[in-house]
Design a protein around this ligand. Structure first.
Ligand SMILES: Cc1cc2nc3c(=O)[nH]c(=O)nc-3n(C[C@H](O)[C@H](O)[C@H](O)COP(=O)(O)OP(=O)(O)OC[C@H]3O[C@@H](n4cnc5c(N)ncnc54)[C@H](O)[C@@H]3O)c2cc1C
Length: 374
């Protein structure tokens, strides 16, 4: 007779697969539910054009699981420059805090492939097509999860009137491991270095109003690049180089959201199924991976007599993670709100704040170290 499943993980995204691998290391028998692919969705569906900025903690985790992609799919960020909309500027450098990198830019399809391979060769994990009976069910279905409803979860959502456009661009200059971000009125534009430290392609994340996003997505490639380059001033434009679109454009609606309860008897939520934040700080997946680590640790350290689905046990996970996630939600929401203000006084205040922070020395170094996640 086959041994029953200990854990059923619903959702085979990066968080679901990572959690499955962590639990399998504890010799738990895991069922991993993949969304059934509609017959119409063929292998030539466009690949995800995004690249994630992952922190040192996420990198360490994925390296331990042997799922960290190789160069050129990973690019260390040596410096980060952030511009405000009235002369405000912030510069961060890995060297100033004696770190190897501020973050790593990881191409999404490469990361997903590593995780797919690792799961395939893990005998304690079985891929299934629908939820199965298990002592514990963990929902990792992302922000549009359907299982949340089944467990009666209250989903508190504040939609932003914005969409994030993502694409890949090629420059005629190497990026030198520099990530750049502009806060231009309500819009937020980020160019993340790709293809290794000597590469000259970048991943774009451009958060703009929903109407503007729809218009930008329809522009011919040259006009799209011209609109993009109009965001930065000529001196910076020289450093960035001339950009050319090398991928399709894709866009995502944005929201700040969190589940009222993350756990209940026999179930828990993790990753985007539990919380989403604005991508302006590149932290959504870092938070989701930290959920996976925390839940796996709570499970591994449980008392020998405690069942896996014991709500008291699962509350330890919720308590440990909720404050962290709420803090990141507040920071990203605060920054988004601050830069969305059109009044000139707010503009002066936010740019003055950026300059003051830039000169703050020790405080800036401390925050830089926190952001690396180690
Ligand atoms: C434009 C943009 C840029 C971003 N950049 C960054 C960044 O730089 N750094 C960062 O840390 N984060 C970033 N994020 C956030 C990041 O994308 C998410 O936090 C991350 O993808 C969440 O992973 P997940 O596994 O929880 O959910 P998802 O990636 O949504 O995966 C959920 C999985 O569950 C499956 N699923 C859904 N429903 C079912 C079902 N009923 N049954 C079975 N399976 C199901 C889906 O098919 C999918 O495979 C960005 C987000 C956006 C939109």
């Amino acid at each position: 007779m086959t041994k029953p499943f200990d854990v059923c993980i619903r959702g085979d995204g990066v968080v679901g697969r990572t959690l499955a691998l962590l639990l399998a290391r504890e010799r738990l028998r895991v069922a991993l539910v993949a969304r059934p692919t509609p017959a119409a969705a063929s292998a030539d569906a466009p690949a995800d054009v995004r690249a994630y900025a992952l922190n040192g903690a996420s990198r360490e985790l994925l390296q331990t699981l042997r799922c960290w992609p190789e160069t050129p799919f990973v690019t260390p960020v040596q410096e980060m420059h952030i511009w405000g909309d009235d002369g405000g500027k912030l510069d961060f450098s890995a060297l100033s805090v004696a770190q190897e990198a501020l973050a790593w830019i990881v191409e999404v399809p490469a990361l997903e492939q590593q995780l797919i391979q690792a799961v395939r060769y893990q005998p304690h994990i079985e891929m299934v097509q629908a939820p199965v009976k298990a002592a514990l069910s963990v929902v990792c279905e992302g922000k549009t999860s359907q299982s949340r409803q089944e467990f009666g979860v209250d989903w508190r959502i504040k939609p932003y009137p914005q969409k994030a456009i993502a694409a890949r661009l090629q420059s005629d200059r190497p990026h030198g491991g520099v990530a750049r971000e502009w806060f231009a009125g309500g819009d937020i534009l980020a160019l993340l270095p790709l293809a290794g430290i000597t590469g000259n392609s970048v991943a774009l994340v451009w958060s703009v109003s929903v109407e503007r996003a729809e218009a930008l997505e329809k522009l011919p490639p040259e006009e799209f690049c011209a609109a993009l380059q109009a965001v930065f001033d000529p001196e910076v434009a020289q450093q960035v180089g001339t950009l050319r679109l090398i991928s399709p454009r894709a866009s995502w609606p944005l929201a700040l959201a969190t589940a009222g309860h993350w756990v209940g008897p026999g179930w828990a939520l993790a990753g985007d199924a539990a919380h989403t934040v604005h991508p302006l700080a590149g932290q959504g997946l870092n938070l989701g991976l930290a959920d996976a680590v925390c839940l796996a640790k709570v499970i591994a350290q449980r008392e020998y007599w405690r069942a896996l689905g014991d709500e008291r046990l699962l509350r330890r996970y919720e308590r440990a993670r909720k404050a962290d996630v709420a803090a990141m939600g507040a920071v990203t929401d605060g920054l988004h709100g601050l830069f969305a203000q059109t009044d000139g006084r707010w503009q002066a205040l936010r740019n003055w704040g950026m300059k003051g922070f830039s000169r703050s020395g020790l405080l800036k170094d401390w925050i830089t170290r926190q952001a690396t996640g180690l």
